[in-house]
Design a protein around this ligand. Structure first.
Ligand code: HEC
Length: 118
């Protein structure tokens, strides 16, 4: 009867990978908290704020968490004090893990002065 144990050995690492590698809590929050109304993630979402892919390149996990908690007045980003500490930490860790995807974006942002008037 070696069979059941063999199957378990195959399944366990797969379970561990899904749980640790894919940030299920953070992904669920991003979809339920409306982040994509303003931010793109992996190509989907709004253009009001910068894409979330690559925020980990410039901000530390602590800074990300702080930004999530307090939000911003102008331009407007809602604060997320209603989330638990655990939820904000999971979001910050997920966003931090997105670094390195910066390469997929154009090397330089278009100049913000594209609406010159004169
Ligand atoms: C109403 C639109 C809106 C929503 C909803 C929103 N954001 Fe933002 N977010 C912004 C704006 C605008 C900024 C830029 C603020 C600034 O300049 O500091 C921003 C900034 C950020 C930053 C910092 C980016 C940087 O480089 O400074 C992070 C991280 C972020 N948002 C994550 C999130 C997450 C995660 C959610 C959902 C839980 C979310 N945002 C929901 C509008 C929004």
């Amino acid at each position: 009867m070696k069979h059941p144990i063999f199957i378990l050995l195959l399944i366990l690492p797969a379970l561990a990978l899904t749980a640790a590698g894919d940030f299920p809590m953070a992904r669920r929050l991003i979809n339920t908290q409306g982040c994509k109304a303003c931010h793109k993630l992996e190509g989907f979402g709004g253009d009001f704020a910068r894409p979330l892919d690559g925020v980990g390149d410039t901000l530390s996990e602590t800074q990300l968490e702080q930004k999530l908690k307090t939000g911003n007045t102008t331009p407007y980003m809602p604060g997320h004090q209603h989330l638990t500490q655990e939820e904000r930490t999971s979001l910050a860790q997920f966003l931090k893990s997105l670094r390195g995807q910066e390469k997929k974006r154009p090397a330089q942002r278009p100049a913000s002065s594209s609406r010159k008037r004169s």
